[in-house]
Design a protein around this ligand. Structure first.
Ligand code: GTP
Ligand code: MG
Length: 197
């Protein structure tokens, strides 16, 4: 799928404030700083559509982007950022949970995992919760430019073996936003979903 147009629509801090449109939505979630906003820019082939920051906790709302005037891409706040106050953290998590549990437009969730790390409890716990929601999801390994392909492969295998036994990911993607790799595969996957496959 070629991206012909992208448009930032709005930020929402409640599910009620999400766009009232009929478009199907594909959401990106993962730990703070894992590269969600960077991946949006990679998919959109734009430098600054979503705000990227070296400071974790940058994205604090649900950010809606309209792609090709036909589908929505949603940048969700990252989980697991320790330096925000407890109340704020609960608010982010509630917002993400409400969106995933309640939003009818939601078609697929991409869970981003830092390819450099050994399996993190917080990611496995999140996936375990997601499996319980029954939502279709895929795993996207990020920042693969920061290490050798061999190391990436080994970490991916370890992570996939550590997944909780529930619903399996539909697909696994390998990406680098700085090298601009992996975006084509994700867009191809989204295109097939939109076509009803
Ligand atoms: P929050 O909004 O805080 O949850 O973070 P995020 O998941 O949106 O991460 P973001 O895209 O803002 O990226 C965080 C940092 O990682 C930035 O400094 C990015 O430049 C860097 N980064 C993201 N993706 C990659 C990648 O594929 N390779 C490398 N080398 N750096 C990356
Ligand atoms: Mg972000």
């Amino acid at each position: 799928m070629k991206i012909r147009s992208t448009q930032f629509i709005k930020s929402a801090t409640t599910v009620d404030a999400c766009p009232s449109w009929i478009h199907r939505e594909f959401a990106l979630i993962g730990r703070s700083n894992v590269g969600k906003s960077s991946l949006i820019n990679l998919l959109a082939w734009k430098q600054n559509l979503a705000k990227v920051s070296a400071t974790p906790g940058k994205t604090r709302e649900l950010n809606f982007f309209l792609m090709n005037e036909t589908w929505g891409l949603v940048d969700l706040p990252g989980y697991g950022y320790a330096k925000i106050s407890k109340d704020k953290k609960a608010e982010f998590l509630d917002l993400v949970a409400d969106y995933i549990e309640q939003r009818e437009n939601l078609t697929h969730v991409f869970v981003l995992i830092d390819s450099r790390l050994e399996p993190q409890r917080i990611d496995l716990d999140f996936i375990n919760w997601l499996q319980g929601c029954g939502v279709a999801y895929s795993i996207v390994f990020t920042k693969t430019d920061k290490q050798s392909p061999t190391k990436t492969k080994a970490n991916m295998a370890t992570f996939l073996e550590s997944l909780p036994p529930g619903k399996a990911p539909e697909e696994t993607f390998v990406t680098s936003s700085s090298k601009k790799t992996g975006g084509v595969e994700i867009l191809g996957f989204i295109g097939r979903k939109l076509a009803g496959e």
